[in-house]
Ligand binder design. Structure first.
Ligand code: ZN
Length: 281
């Protein structure tokens, strides 16, 4: 397993970690100044801005763009709404290409408003992913399916397990070509009793790896994630499995923490991220 100590260039910062409190140009500067090797920006920071200028600044700072976050939710109750969701994602994939992103991260969405039909939601996700994969190929951007913890199945992701994501990859790209992969986030996968087997099955198809921690007492499953080392996840064990499965990309910190880390100065958060990556990841 790679040694992260003294190697922040093997690590990346997902900008959500900094709570969107600073402008993207300031965030790019700060992430580069701390020596990180990559950044994962969000659409809310990029859309409506001069995307080429943002891309240039990131390139000049010698940062990789590990992923562009994230897809609009896909499931819909009408065809028009479904088409609009796919169209929004196609536009975002094109922006990901301008940014030079290694992947477009798909958080697929849960049930459509008012629906109880999880099977229909999953069918729509498969259909949209096939379309976005073709679009990603045309733009040279990988599509990264991120399975989310089942607690989000209703409102954020009907794609809940690594195996489910890999089944979808197998269906859409039976020859295993590499423009479709999966993004693994310790927050979403740590609890899985079949984790080692599932990660082994993902060999060669892992396009991203996110770290944070699961606080034993979690007050809000969306916005109360912990800093690495403050919770119950055995992050080195999971990173070991992921690297054994041939993942050699950056280790990306992604912490949603409205009441804690988002209230701190971004310099402090970046400093602690760097220290924890070196010591507990
Ligand atoms: Zn994530």
């Amino acid at each position: 397993m790679r040694d992260l100590k003294g190697h922040p260039e093997l690590c990346a910062i997902n900008t959500a970690t900094l709570g969107f409190t600073a402008r993207i140009d300031k965030v790019i500067d700060a992430v580069a100044r701390h020596g990180f090797g990559g950044i994962a920006p969000w659409r809310r920071e990029v859309e409506g801005q001069d995307i080429k200028a943002i891309a240039r600044q990131i390139r000049d700072a010698k940062l990789k763009v590990t992923g562009y976050c994230r897809s609009s939710f896909i499931p819909a109750t009408t065809v028009e709404e479904f088409r609009a969701n796919v169209a929004a994602n196609k536009k975002a994939v094109a922006d990901a290409a301008i940014l030079g992103a290694e992947s477009f991260v798909m958080v697929v969405g849960g049930l459509a408003q008012g629906s109880k039909d999880l099977t229909a939601a999953r069918r729509q996700v498969a259909e949209a992913t096939a379309e976005l994969l073709a679009h990603g190929k045309a733009h040279g951007v990988k599509i990264a399916l991120e399975p989310l913890h089942p607690v989000y199945a209703a409102d954020r992701s009907c794609l809940s397990t690594i195996d489910e994501a890999l089944d979808l990859c197998d269906r859409l790209v039976p020859d295993g070509e590499d423009m479709l992969g999966i993004c693994l986030d310790v927050y979403h996968i740590w609890w899985d009793p079949a984790l080692a087997r599932a990660i082994e099955r993902a060999r060669g198809r892992i396009t991203g790896f996110h770290v944070c921690d699961w606080l034993r007492v979690t007050k809000d499953v969306l916005n109360d994630r912990g800093m690495m080392g403050d919770g119950v996840i055995d992050i080195p064990a999971i990173r070991g499995m992921v690297e054994k499965a041939h993942y050699d990309g950056l280790v990306e910190v992604e912490i949603f923490s409205a009441a804690d880390w988002w209230t701190r100065p971004i310099e402090d958060t970046l400093r602690v991220c760097k220290e924890r990556l070196a010591t507990v990841c």
